[in-house]
Design a protein around this ligand. Structure first.
Ligand SMILES: Cc1cc2nc3c(=O)[nH]c(=O)nc-3n(C[C@H](O)[C@H](O)[C@H](O)COP(=O)(O)OP(=O)(O)OC[C@H]3O[C@@H](n4cnc5c(N)ncnc54)[C@H](O)[C@@H]3O)c2cc1C
Length: 315
């Protein structure tokens, strides 16, 4: 079937996000093959329409007005384990990748248990991380569709230019991740089940149950805090990670903002770096609460928070 037959119009996007927020996409298509992808881009180009990518929608805020142009949901869900390597389509859920890894007694993805709906493509783009392991620690190669050059390209780990919560893909909106090869570790001496249990236990206790988009803000460099606010730094020891980052949640909590509510958006009582949708929150409510939080933390601690989540449709 030609992909143009699959393109739908005026599709509400809220159900495609974990925030459950966002207006409609003018045009929406779920892509399953390379041919479909190239055809969809060709269609959008011919009509001079902008395009947006959607993975699991677990780290984004979509505008109440929705998205003009073509929204492409990555449906490439092929997954294969060969030796210590996991070959994942960009649309494979992180949870499924983690299960495939542990099912084959490989270690490396235990941290990804309990993250709802995230895809491997979205996780590579944002260099997702938890409990000290980053996607960049596992990613060996990434197959990418370069929408400017209209061709598929293979990126080595070095080409991906991974950084804290970022990569070359985050800086270049024309690069769509199609597939990722992850290198896992033999579980020599590692009790994988125990690790998974610990991760799930932590997430159950700390992760709010209401709709959210995970952590809103990036953590802050401890050196930066030491310079800007030595007094607060002296109290931050337990909030500093082994990598030298101060938890943004701790800063927000220390500013007394847990529970702060604007419209349907609330700073979670369980984890201050989560904003939850307590029912009928709009993107406007979330943005207003984000701005308020940044202003309060800046005024109280002279620290500028920056967002980990991405915004779509606000340009
Ligand atoms: C309850 C909860 C817990 C979470 N815990 C963690 C955690 O422990 N660690 C962590 O790092 N994150 C966490 N997150 C955030 C989120 O799940 C991750 O950042 C995840 O990697 C986002 O993937 P996604 O597929 O949902 O991306 P989306 O939210 O769909 O997209 C994010 C951005 O990536 C782009 N994008 C998506 N797919 C592609 C692709 N294939 N190619 C190019 N661009 C693409 C989108 O256009 C968008 O700009 C959590 C979220 C929730 C809701």
């Amino acid at each position: 079937m030609p992909v143009t037959n699959k393109i739908k119009t005026n599709v509400p996007l809220a159900p495609y996000t974990t925030f459950k927020i966002g207006g409609p996409a003018d045009f929406f298509v779920e892509i399953e093959s390379k041919d479909e992808l190239e055809e969809a881009f060709g269609w959008a180009k011919e009509k001079n329409l902008p395009f947006y990518f959607l993975g699991g929608g677990s780290n984004i805020l979509i505008s109440d007005k929705g998205l003009r142009g073509l929204t492409i949901k990555l449906g490439n869900k092929t997954i294969d384990v060969r030796g210590e390597r996991l070959y994942c389509g960009a649309g494979v859920s992180l949870a499924q990748a983690a299960q495939a890894a542990t099912g084959h007694k490989f270690s490396g993805l235990e941290w990804a248990y309990g993250i709802p709906r995230a895809t491997v493509g979205g996780a590579i783009r944002g260099n997702a991380e938890a409990f000290g392991t980053n996607m960049s620690d596992l990613t060996e190669t990434v197959e990418v569709y370069n929408a400017k050059k209209k061709r598929f390209e293979l990126y080595s780990k070095k080409d991906c230019k991974f950084e804290y919560r970022g990569s070359i893909f985050k800086k270049n909106g024309h690069l769509l991740i199609w597939q990722g090869t992850l290198k896992l570790f033999a579980a020599d001496g590692v009790d994988i089940d125990k690790k998974v249990e610990k991760v799930l236990g932590f997430r159950n206790a700390k992760q709010p149950k209401l709709p959210s988009a995970g952590c809103i803000f990036k953590n802050v460099s401890a050196d930066h805090l030491k310079e800007s606010n030595p007094e607060l730094y002296s109290r931050a020891d337990r909030a500093i990670s082994p990598r030298g980052e101060v938890s943004a949640g701790w800063l927000i909590d220390s500013a007394g903002l847990k529970g702060k509510t604007i419209g349907g958006a609330k700073i979670s009582l369980e984890h201050a770096n989560f904003i939850i949708n307590i029912g009928k929150a709009t993107a406007e409510d979330i943005i207003t609460l984000i701005s308020y939080t940044k202003q309060q933390v800046r005024d109280k601690f002279r620290i500028q928070l920056s967002e980990e989540i991405g915004y779509l449709g606000f340009e």
